[in-house]
Design a binder for this molecule. Structure first.
Ligand code: FAD
Ligand code: 2HG
Ligand code: ZN
Length: 483
């Protein structure tokens, strides 16, 4: 792709305007009037080290009013922008492609209000997920989303990507838990829809458009969200299984026997666990190796009762030889340790250099076949080997079994066109044939933009383009991405 010449180039006058009203030094990183390369680089590169932009200006607004003023000015002057949260997104959506201005939300990080009766929390978009969840924990509540990047990702980024995470099975999608949104449109208009109530059937539910819009129609500045009570009893089991067939049986049994206390059912193949071990050097949770592992979490109100339920579930699935081996965490440290084997996968896989990531919705019966077929294809092409000539380290599968969401990851020594050609469009065609989704929870960004047609019809894409045009007629919001 080429830089769109309709966008203006940033000048010293533009920078002067921003500096005047944003005031504080820390809120403008200026690479236009001076060399600020070192300070700017972290905002240009993404978490996977796969995408790199060339912005010369990073703005950090401190209020909704400031966001409004920035966007109005950019819109009037045809300056393209990229909204940026914690920059942990996995589709290259949060970094510029060319010289778009980065609008980084990290300074807007206050908790605005919390109602401990209704559970409605109102928070600035730039607040960090783990910090917000810590605040809620002190009050006996929980944020209805959790994911491995919690230490860096922001609520605004989570909502903008409609992140799914580790407990969607229990707490549902953000489309259900977000109660309201405050956002700024490209022309500076502030949309104040920060409702704290669950119900409001008076017309189109416009806030939903911002959930998963990836910064293409406006900047989210505040979020109101329903936060459930934190469960007093959390139990975690880690199981070893001999086939994907048995994983499915275990999932069905878990839903039946653990029903209302089941809060996560995560899948990991042995290959993924092997790579995690190579990086962390930690001792694996089970004595011997198994082709598949499941992490099951229960969250309920009565520890003894929940434990009993989990134990009898385990006895049952082991007696029926669905599960070969298993371990139950006995304390907080063990809970964290077992979760580490699941949550740590994305970070460990990056260890070798590059990872091709596919985040897919697949009918559950066929979910793992794609990993096997891909592994075979990559091996046949002579790419497997973890050497300079055969750069692929391994093809692994893991993910949110409870949501039919597979993460197919191909760990490689470097990003390499030969590897990419083996994987694409193969993976997308495979998904399309099964009416799956080529992006279950990470979004489109730059990485998946070209492939939206594998999951959406021409009619739907045309409607999306109309929405984009309506909200952002000049096209300054996160250009070159999404649709
Ligand atoms: P960024 O990466 O900064 O931005 C993401 C997108 O949102 C960009 O397009 C950006 O322009 C836009 N954006 C950001 N803030 C705003 C705003 N205020 N207004 C408008 N647009 C905005 N995702 C899952 O769904 N489930 C997981 O389990 C999961 N686990 C992860 C684990 C790891 C280790 C990592 C690195 C990522 C994981 N992700 C997961 C990816 C996920 O999308 C992000 O972690 C998170 O939701 C993005 O938040 P962020 O603040 O970092 O947003
Ligand atoms: C997870 O579930 C994240 O761990 C990341 O969604 C998945 O890196 C990936 O492919
Ligand atoms: Zn995920």
């Amino acid at each position: 792709i080429k830089r769109d010449s309709k966008f203006a180039e940033i000048t010293e006058d533009h920078v002067k305007f921003f500096k005047e009203f944003l005031g504080k030094e820390a809120s403008v990183i200026d690479g236009v009037t001076k060399d600020a390369t070192d300070d700017i680089e972290p905002f240009n590169g993404d978490w996977m080290r796969k995408y790199r932009g060339h912005t010369k200006l990073v703005l950090k607004p401190g209020s909704t009013q400031e966001v409004s003023k920035i966007l109005k000015y950019c819109n009037d002057n045809m300056l393209a922008v990229v909204p940026q949260g914690g920059n942990t997104g996995l589709v290259g959506g949060s970094v510029p492609v060319f010289d778009e201005i980065v609008i980084n939300m990290s300074r807007m990080n206050q908790i605005r209000s919390f109602d401990d009766v209704s559970g409605a929390l109102v928070v600035d978009a730039g607040a960090i997920l783990e910090v917000v969840d810590g605040y809620l924990a002190e009050r006996g509540n929980i944020f209805p989303l959790d994911l491995g990047a919690k230490g860096s990702c922001q609520i605004g980024g989570n909502v903008a990507t409609n992140a799914g995470g580790l407990r969607l099975l229990r707490y549902g999608s953000l489309h259900g838990s977000v109660l309201g949104i405050e956002a700024v449109l490209p022309d500076g208009t502030i949309v104040d829809d920060l409702s704290k109530l669950r119900k409001n059937n008076t017309g189109y539910d416009l806030k939903q458009l911002f959930v998963g819009a990836e910064g293409t129609i406006g900047i989210i500045t505040g979020v109101s969200i329903l936060c459930p009570q934190r469960s007093k009893a959390v139990n975690v089991a880690f199981l070893g299984l001999e086939s994907y067939e048995k994983v499915q049986q275990a999932f069905k049994a878990a839903k039946g026997q653990l029903s209302e206390i089941l809060s996560a059912f995560e899948l990991m193949d042995n290959q993924s666990q092997d790579l995690v071990q190579q990086v962390t050097k930690n001792k694996r949770p089970l004595e011997s190796e198994h082709p598949f592992y499941c992490l099951i979490e229960t969250s309920g109100s009565n520890s003894e009762h929940d434990n009993e339920k989990l134990q009898s579930f385990l006895e049952d699935v082991m007696e029926k030889e669905i599960v070969t081996d298993g371990v139950v965490a006995e304390n907080e440290t063990q809970v964290r340790n077992l979760w580490g084997w699941r949550e740590g996968i994305p970070e460990c896989l990056g260890h070798w250099g590059g990872v091709y990531k596919y985040d897919l919705s697949i009918p559950i019966s066929e979910l793992y076949s794609l990993v096997e077929e891909t592994r075979e294809k990559v091996a046949k092409a002579g790419l497997m080997g973890d050497t300079d000539e055969h750069p692929v380290v391994d093809v692994v599968g893991y993910g949110h079994m409870g949501d039919s969401n597979l993460h197919l990851n191909v760990a490689t020594r470097r990003y390499d066109k030969k590897v990419e050609k083996e994987l694409e469009p193969f993976v997308y065609e495979w998904i399309s044939k099964r009416n799956g989704s080529i992006s279950a929870e990470h979004g489109l960004g730059l990485a998946k933009k070209a492939f939206i047609g594998y999951s959406r019809s021409d009619t739907m894409i045309a409607l999306m383009k109309q929405i984009k045009k309506l909200y952002d007629p000049k096209g300054i919001m996160n250009p070159y991405k999404y649709i």
